[in-house]
Design a protein around this ligand. Structure first.
Ligand SMILES: [Zn+2]
Length: 226
């Protein structure tokens, strides 16, 4: 009985080590050997066009501090697509690595993490919310609680592929603040996969500021131009 237990334990340990070993072995983009703690090899890592800086978006007198890790092109764009449309959570983990670096690099201050919600229809179709996935990992790695503070009450078209003006119309009245007690007096980090015109960030952050948040910073994996 005891021997069986130890044998099973050894087997489980070896499976676990295999998992860790293999996950650090191959680059998730090109399959080449990745000699680093990163999920990408050095060549793929260096192909990503880093952004990492903060930028301010002001719309209708409402200012937002935004941070993006890289520009929406090449491999960065591919990783986002893999997480969003192909349930590839290792691509999501690679995005998280970049986003954590952006937080550290810019010393972004927050006490609560939240994410841009998706509609019930999208949730049903996709089965998960890619922004929530990123937020959960970021919260876990920064020891910060991740809360659902917004709800999407209107099914909208995907922002990708819409013109600037269409993006604003598309999202009008789409979000609702929930858990208001958790918004009040909080410094909130709002996580999303991509920022383009800032329409999503605008509607979401304005809602939370109206409900008494001290600040809302926006963090996205990528920054895109239309
Ligand atoms: Zn690679």
């Amino acid at each position: 009985m005891g021997y069986e237990f130890i044998k099973n334990l050894k087997y489980l340990t070896s499976c676990f080590l295999d998992l860790i070993y293999n996950s650090g072995e191959e680059c998730i983009a090109c399959g080449e050997y990745a000699n680093s703690k990163s999920l990408l090899c050095e060549r793929c890592n260096s192909s990503i066009k880093l952004c990492n800086k903060s930028f301010e978006i002001t719309i209708h007198g409402h200012s937002m501090s935004c941070y993006s890790s890289f520009y929406y092109s090449g491999l960065g764009k591919e990783l986002i697509g893999r997480l969003k449309y192909k349930s590839d959570f290792r691509a999501g983990d690679a995005l998280v690595e970049y986003m954590l670096y952006t937080i550290k690099f810019n010393d972004v201050k927050f006490d609560t993490v939240t994410y841009v919600p998706c509609s019930k229809a999208t949730m049903k179709k996709r089965g998960y919310n890619q922004s929530q996935y990123l937020a959960k990992k970021i919260g876990h790695n920064t020891n910060t609680k991740v809360l659902t503070l917004l709800k999407k009450i209107k099914h909208t078209k995907d922002q990708i592929g819409l013109s600037g003006e269409e993006r604003w119309e598309n999202l009008q009245g789409a979000f609702l603040a929930i858990n208001e007690n958790e918004i009040k007096n909080k410094k909130i980090l709002l996580v999303d996969d991509v920022i383009t015109t800032g329409a999503t960030a605008f509607y979401c952050s304005r809602l939370m500021m109206e409900k008494g948040a001290v600040s809302v910073c926006i963090l996205t994996g990528a920054k895109s131009s239309i």
